[in-house]
Design a protein. Structure first.
Length: 253
């Protein structure tokens, strides 16, 4: 059954935590991004949608400095990224990749939760304990992250990023390989995070899940944001959906 879309945020102006402004990126001789612009504000969950190869992961990686703009600018809390090191940007923006196992290096989940904030000089054992409880990680604290299920690894990766207290969270295909129960758990956790003021941008192909979670849908097609509105407004634009190879049938799946 299709869950109802979340209510829109207040229309009062909110300064973006992360802003992609006219970002261009060429890779392997192909223009992946052609002036893409997007904003993510505190308390907001934005779905970044598009076909495979549209550039969703590329856009996210510009958001935390893993990739740098060839043209255009990315601003984090109003400041251009420029040449600022990724370690500095990580204080404000956390990225969880599509394969979270690649981000997990500590011998135990407990050590994983502490590693990031210690590197940022923000380690707070009480905050890590709260995250562990909130994400259902207490039974896993002394286990190796590499031996966990994909859903457990994703929860560990998100909690480990949040342990450093960023202002924004970027997620690349967070429901990939997850069953319905894991998707529902993740949806509830992300709603809680947004309610706490976190700015969340997630790339996904799971339109039904995105419909029930995200206040805004941003559709990436031909290197640009072709639509940026509430889900119902985007679904009412068949031409945009066609360009992005998105089907309304997937919303009810």
């Amino acid at each position: 059954m299709l869950l109802p879309a979340p209510p829109p945020l207040s229309t009062e102006a909110t300064e973006p935590v992360v802003e992609w402004d006219g970002v261009w990126c060429e890779r392997d001789g192909r223009s992946v991004l052609r002036g893409a612009s997007l904003r993510s504000a505190a308390g907001e969950i934005v779905a970044l949608l598009g076909a495979n190869g549209a550039g969703k992961s590329t856009l996210l990686r510009h958001g935390n400095g893993l990739l740098r703009c060839q043209r255009g600018v990315v601003r984090i809390v109003g400041r251009p990224v420029g040449r600022r090191p990724v370690a500095e940007l990580a204080r404000d923006v956390g990225l969880v990749m599509q394969q979270p196992a690649r981000m997990l290096f500590a011998p135990t989940v407990r050590a994983e939760l502490a590693a990031g904030p210690r590197a940022l000089r923000r380690y707070d054992p009480d905050w890590c304990a709260r995250l562990s409880e909130r994400f259902g990680l207490d039974p896993l604290l002394d286990r190796s992250p590499q031996l966990l299920s994909a859903g457990e690894q994703r929860r560990v990766a998100i909690a480990a990023v949040l342990a450093g207290r960023p202002r924004a969270l970027l997620l690349d295909e967070p429901t990939a390989g997850q069953d319905a129960r894991a998707r529902a758990t993740l949806r509830a956790l992300l709603r809680d995070c947004a309610a706490d003021g976190l700015a969340i941008t997630l790339a996904t192909h799971d339109l039904g899940w995105a419909y029930s979670l995200c206040q805004r849908w941003a559709v990436l097609a031909e290197g640009r944001i072709a639509a940026d509105a509430d889900p119902a407004a985007v679904l009412a634009q068949p031409e945009v959906l066609g360009r992005a190879r998105l089907s309304t049938l997937a919303v009810a799946a």
